[in-house]
Structure formats: C-alpha cells, structure tokens
Design a protein around this ligand. Structure first.
Ligand code: SAH
Length: 505
C-alpha cells in the first residue's frame, strides 16, 4: 500500500484573498488536491498547482453536490492514496465550519492532519466595516451565535433571555434570512429596541455593503437594501464606531470589480493593486503561456550569442524564459557582456534589473513602434536578436531590417489564446457584477472580444467598461467592436488602474 498522505484543514479567510495565513499558502503550494467550499475566493487557488475541486452543497455548474459525509470520505480516501490534501474553508475552519467533523473523520481513519486557523468572518467583516467588537468602552465580551440552527433540533438551544443580558457584542452568523425573528426575540427578551445593529454583507470583498440601524428597524432596512448572503448581524453599542472609522468602503475603487487579463502566474502585482484600491480582482487569463517543449533553437542561439550586437526583450516572460534557459544550460550574464540590451517598457526593464542587467534602450512609450524607432538609428550593420513569444507583431523586424540590421528572432515561450474564461467569471458577467476589464495588448483585446461574443452575443450591450493599456491596444479593440472607455497614459497595468481611477472619480 502507498504511504498515507496528510490533510490540512485550512482557513481561507472570508473574502479578501489576502486574508489567508502564510501557513495556509504554504500548504496550498505543497498540495496535490484542494477541496474548497463555496465561500472561498477562487483567487486563493492561484497559490496552488493542485487539482482543485469545489465542494458544493447544491448541484450547480461548478460541480456535483457533496454532503458532509461524502466530503469526509473524499478526504479520507485521498489521504489513504498518499496525497497531500488541503481542505480549504471560508473564514476559519472550525468557526461554524464543520472542520472539526472533518478532523474527527480523519482521526478515526488514522489519516494525519493539521488544522490551520483562518480569519473568521466576524473579525474581518467587522474590522472592514469600521467596528471593533470589543472596544473597551463599549463591550467587555463578544459572542459568536448561530442565526440558523440545525432544523433537526427539537428545541432551540439559543436562550434569548440570556443573549439579551449578554454584557457585550452579539455576532450572528447565518442569520440574514431570520433577521426579523432574531431582532424580535432579542427585544422581547428585554434588549433595548434602540440597541445599534449592523448587518455586513459580503464582508472584506469589493461587494461589501453595510446597513446600520437599531433592533427596532434593522429588518426593514436590510430588506430595503436587498442585502445578500453571506452576511453577519452585529448587535451592540460597538456598531456606533463605524461612523468614525469606516475605512474600507471608502477606498477609491470600493465596490468595483476589475477583470485582470494577464496570464495566470503573472498577475500577482495587478491583483494586489486592485485590492489596495478597494476593488475586487477577477482573474480572467486570456492568454496561456507555456514553456517550450523543444529548446533546440534557443540552445543553438545561446551557443552563438557572441555573434550578436543587440538583444531585445518585449515582455517580462521573455526575459525570464531566456535568462532561465541561459542559466540552465550552464551560461550566465557574462555571455551577454558584449551585447547591448533593449526593452519595450519599464516592467521588462525592471525584470532585467532583477538579474542585475541594465537596459541600454527603453523607449518613452511602451509600444513596438516606439522601440523600433528608438533602435533604428543604432542598428545599421548590426546583428539583432529578439527573444520573443511564439506569436507577435512584425513591427520590429520590418523597421529594423529597413534600418540595415540583420534581424533574427528566437521564440522563448509559447503563447496561445485561451478558449474561454473560468465558469465563475462568466457567472459574474451574467450577474452584471464585472465593472471593468483591463486590456493589456492587442491580442488580449481581440481574444476578450471573441470570448465575450461567443458567450454573450452583442458586445455593445454588456455593462462592462474596457480600459486599454495603450492607443495600439485601443485601436485593436475598436476594430473588433470593443468599446474602449479609457486609455492608460502610462502603458503598464499601473497605468490601467490610474486610468480607471480617473474615470471613476
Ligand atoms: N467558517 C466561516 C463561517 C461559515 S458559516 C468563518 O469562520 O467565517 C457561514 C456564515 O458565515 C455566513 O452565513 C455568514 O454569516 C458568515 N460569513 C462568511 N463569510 C462572510 C463574509 N464575507 N461577510 C459576512 N459574513 C460572512
């Protein structure tokens, strides 16, 4: 029999994908299989290369319905097969999370396991809403209460008399649909009708919405505001602090969702920036980057590097792919010592710097035309090598050959259009919850148009705004019918965010 594996019961945090622990990320990096529940932000899955399956209590497009016994069985089975498994659960795995039942099943089956705590919704949502559950002047205790009791239970185990007397803050999980009953029960049991109450919906995500009121009017206010699950109900004087320290919902792009079209594995900076601005990043890779399967041409070129005068990079991925191969085949930066280096833009130049290489030429504007113009005066009778993707525009070879260069290209990575976006992205678009898509190259613009057209028909009626990284990308987008709302002044992803910010303000 194969060696037994190990199962990690990991808390994913409540929504903001930055709210997972370092230990949780490490477990994901090592996992062979990830089973995640419906509350987990799918962006967290970018920390793993494992097969990831969503466990759903309802049958839907993302996979089959699994009940708790079946989930326990899956975990035990995968453990017996020797797999490293992460069971990823929204918030904290044990707080109203049935993680302890999963641990018990693993213990009974003799499968090694560990529990990695997470940030539970009560702390994250309240703090993102500007509420300290235990402010020393306002609450000396906090209670986490279920608002949705097991319907099989013969009698309520919640004693509202005791809850009404509780000397601190009450936080109800899973109570949105019963808010009227909860408020009434507390009032009947003697809690003042003027006690402040906050209901926080989809806490710590860009969709976070908070409604405040009192025990007397909160149910009406919540139904008027059409709050959605998951939501928390917070009852207590501490809710009053929100008027002073409501920081998250005031971030400049709060409430916005931005589609990041960068390839998977290359989107971290753009994702981080989106969250800093208060918006939600939606990873929708449009281009799939694959390493070469056959390196013969690259290796052969590397052996002849001394013959070239110039080396051109037009992407960060190209820099990584080429320099990694140079290193793996026994070479290092000294092989480039007689060459000049040119980059298309600041991000590519920055990546070269990380290898302690300085670009000799970076054009003012981040476009192939600008790079060609910047290089043209220098390349007559020079031998120029371009480390490029399997697909690209022909501006550089055309202009530089005209300028008298001997031009060669070497393909250092494969570059394919993806066929469609992940199912959760399509669902978001269908629900009109995607506000912006950043388009960072002409081929991305073309492919976004193709996929959206295939899935949703007319592009003009989609309630999505498009931000183009540059005029060239804008042009390509317009040609395929994507209406561009704004074009970045600086032709980088940061520039795209700046443009969206200025458009939204
Ligand atoms: N284990 C989770 C809770 C699971 S129970 C945790 O520790 O957070 C599910 C309930 O958690 C929901 O009904 C809701 O009350 C609350 N919840 C989870 N995520 C939330 C969020 N982002 N905002 C508000 N409430 C949330």
């Amino acid at each position: 029999m194969s060696q037994v594996g190990k199962v990690y019961l990991v808390g994913a945090g409540p929504g903001d994908p930055g709210l997972i622990t370092l230990k949780g990320v490490k477990c994901l990096a090592e996992a062979d299989l990830v089973l995640y529940d419906g509350l987990v932000n799918p962006l967290i899955l970018r920390h793993t290369n494992a097969t990831a399956e969503r466990t759903s209590r309802v049958q839907d497009s993302t996979g089959p319905k699994l009940n708790q016994a079946q989930i326990n069985q899956r975990l035990v089975q995968a453990g017996l097969e020797g797999k490293t498994v992460v069971r990823l659960k929204g918030g904290d795995p044990f707080i109203f999370g049935r993680g302890s039942e999963e641990a018990a099943a693993l213990a009974a089956a003799g499968i090694p396991y560990e529990v990695v705590p997470g940030i539970t919704a009560a702390t994250a949502a309240s703090e993102y809403a500007g509420i300290s559950l235990t402010h020393r002047d306002l609450a000396s205790a906090v209670a986490f209460v279920t608002g949705h009791e097991d319907p099989q239970k013969p009698a309520s185990s919640l004693d509202y008399q005791e809850l009404a007397k509780f000397p601190g803050t009450l936080v109800f999980y899973m109570g949105l649909h019963r808010i009227q009953a909860i408020a009434e029960e507390l009032s009947k049991a003697g809690k003042s009708a003027t006690t402040p109450v906050a209901v926080i919906s989809r806490g710590s995500t860009a969709f976070q919405k908070t409604v405040t009121g009192t025990l007397a009017d909160i149910a009406t206010l919540v139904s008027e505001a059409e709050l959605k699950a998951p939501s928390l109900i917070i009852v207590g004087e501490c809710v009053s602090q929100r008027s002073k320290i409501n920081w998250f919902e005031q971030l400049p792009l709060a409430g916005k969702t931005i589609g990041i079209t960068r390839p998977e594995g290359h989107a971290d900076n753009a994702i981080d920036r989106t969250f800093e601005l208060g918006a939600q990043a939606v990873l929708m890779p449009t281009i799939d980057i694959q390493p070469l399967t056959d390196w013969t041409c690259v290796d052969e070129t590397i052996n002849r590097l001394a013959e070239y005068d110039w080396l051109i990079f037009t992407s960060v991925i190209g820099v990584d792919a080429f320099l990694k191969r140079l290193w793996e085949t026994g070479g290092d930066a000294r092989k480039l010592s007689q060459m000049k280096l040119a980059c298309i833009g600041p991000a590519t130049a920055l990546r070269l710097e990380q290898y302690h290489l300085r670009a000799d030429v970076v054009p003012e504007t981040y476009r192939a035309e600008a790079l060609a113009d910047a290089l043209a005066p220098h390349v007559a009778n020079q031998r120029v090598l371009w480390a490029c993707a399997s697909r690209g525009r022909d501006v550089l070879p055309t202009v530089l050959r005209e300028a008298g260069a001997t031009f060669e290209r070497v393909v250092v990575y494969e570059h394919h259009d993806v066929e469609e976006f992940p199912a959760d992205v399509h669902a978001l678009i269908a629900a009109h919850e995607l506000d912006w898509i950043g388009l960072s190259s002409p081929s991305i613009a073309r492919n976004v148009a193709r996929i959206l057209q295939q899935k949703f028909g007319s592009l003009k009626t989609l309630p999505i705004k498009f931000a183009a990284i540059s005029p060239v990308t804008e042009q390509a987008a317009i040609e395929v019918g994507l209406p561009i709302t704004i074009v970045a002044q600086t032709h980088t992803w940061d520039g795209i965010f700046e443009a969206i910010l200025s458009s939204e303000q």
